[in-house]
Design a protein around this ligand. Sequence first.
Ligand code: APR
Length: 162
Amino acid sequence: GDITTLEVGAVVNAANKQLKRGGGVDGAIHKAAGPELQAACDELGGCPTGQAVVTPGFNLPAAYVIHTVGPVYHGGDRNEDSLLESAYRNSLRQAEYHGVRTVAFPAISTGVYGYPLSRATHIAVGIARQWLREHDRPEKVIFCAFDAATKAAYQAELSDEA
Ligand code: APR
């Protein structure tokens, strides 16, 4: 699916540390939200890897955009897994803080940033399951898969644990 079309409380953006409009899901979110989104990002002054910041959704159906910065994958021994875990956890924390009931994630870091798909989806599903067990908000997490390979990776991960 296309995350920019989802009518949810918040969509998560796979952003960069500068919070400057890029390609991929970031470009799609900026295009759909309109130029006010970049202006709001500029006021925040950036976001470290593994952290998450929030703006309104502007022209998106989603009320909020949670911008998180996943790690660039360099082979897996540069703390990438714990940074990706932090990106998911801090995004969920922002959703909770803003009272969001449903949050939708793209497959953070698996595009330009080169994270292996199954390693990334394993982390995404694990962190989300743990969060949902321990917190009231958000109530629902959507993994928005943009292509067939991503969808298959999430399906495999979810059925493993079923
Ligand atoms: N909806 C949902 N998912 C999408 C969409 C969309 N409209 N467009 C792309 N994707 C998917 C990609 O197919 C990939 O599975 O989002 C996933 C993440 O890929 P990227 O967008 O490349 O994100 P990432 O790997 O985290 O790289 C972040 O890319 O665009 C720049 O500014 C961004 O520098 C940052 C970097």
